[in-house]
Ligand binder design. Structure first.
Ligand SMILES: Nc1ncnc2c1ncn2[C@@H]1O[C@H](COP(=O)(O)OP(=O)(O)OP(=O)(O)O)[C@@H](O)[C@H]1O
Ligand SMILES: [Mg+2]
Length: 242
């Protein structure tokens, strides 16, 4: 018998709320949103963690500009803190090395990472999810009681994949916080219709911020972007009222 699910339950006990930033489609802003959301929550005084579960395409360390991330060993792995955010990613152990993985390896790595990480007391643990409806999504549902923030863009293909994503979450009885549209063009959107169809809150629209790329790699600068302000006013407010 694998003892780790029991250990994970114990480890996650002191986390008030877990938010998985997902959506199914690649390249829609899950990583920048999860990273900036964690910075915004920490900046507002909440005890916040950021967990990167995109093992094959981890990018939150680049967005944060995280260096020397190897965790301290103290009967488990103590995450390093960046701008008030406790940060954990497979890259904390592998650094620059690529980590291609098959399904069972992914499940094993997620289970291990969750079992060893000592988050301590947290108000929020934000999770950056990989694209796709595969193993990581199912493992996150099974191993953690996450609330899912489903991201979309105005693109029809993104909305179609988000619909399937919501269906999988619903079938698994996972909690859905709402639908958030990124790279919005400010028009009435299919994302809102999608949320209404499933009777899920529509959190709002985040605009394309041409200055965001300049701030990538610098947590302080990220907090000053229009993108961060919109994440704060749309998403962080919703989370606090949950
Ligand atoms: N609102 C925005 N304004 C400007 N640039 C954005 C915005 N949202 C995302 N981007 C940029 O789009 C690119 C893709 O974003 P990101 O890596 O967060 O997507 P992702 O959904 O995590 O992708 P993947 O599925 O590959 O992990 C990045 O270069 C990011 O900086
Ligand atoms: Mg990503």
């Amino acid at each position: 018998m694998d003892p780790r699910p029991g250990i994970i339950k114990e480890r996650l006990k002191s986390i008030k709320q877990t938010i998985a930033v997902s959506g199914g489609k690649g390249g829609i802003g899950k990583s920048v949103t999860s990273t900036v959301l964690s910075l915004v929550l920490a900046d507002a005084g909440y005890k916040t963690g950021l967990l990167d579960l995109d093992f094959c395409g981890a990018s939150t360390q680049t967005i944060l500009g995280a260096k020397n991330t190897f965790p301290k060993e103290e009967n488990g792995a103590v995450p390093i803190t960046i701008n008030g955010v406790k940060f954990m990613s497979i890259t904390c152990f592998t650094q620059e090395t690529a980590t291609p993985m098959r399904g069972t390896d992914i499940t094993n790595a997620i289970t291990e990472l969750l079992a060893i990480t000592l988050w301590g007391d947290l108000d929020f643990l934000v999770i950056d999810m990989p694209p796709g409806l595969g193993d990581t999504l199912l493992d996150t549902i099974n191993l953690m009681k996450s609330n899912f923030l489903v991201m979309t863009t105005p693109s029809k293909t993104t909305v179609e994949i988000a619909k399937k994503h919501i269906e999988v979450l619903r079938q698994s009885n996972a909690q859905i916080i709402g639908v958030l549209e990124n790279m919005s063009r400010g028009e009435p959107s299919a994302s809102r219709e999608l949320a209404e169809k499933f009777d899920i809150p529509f959190i709002g629209q985040i605009n394309f911020d041409p200055k965001l790329e300049d701030a990538v790699g610098n947590a302080e600068k990220l907090l000053e972007t229009r993108f961060a302000k919109e994440i704060k006013s749309r998403v962080a407010k919703t989370l606090k009222s949950l």
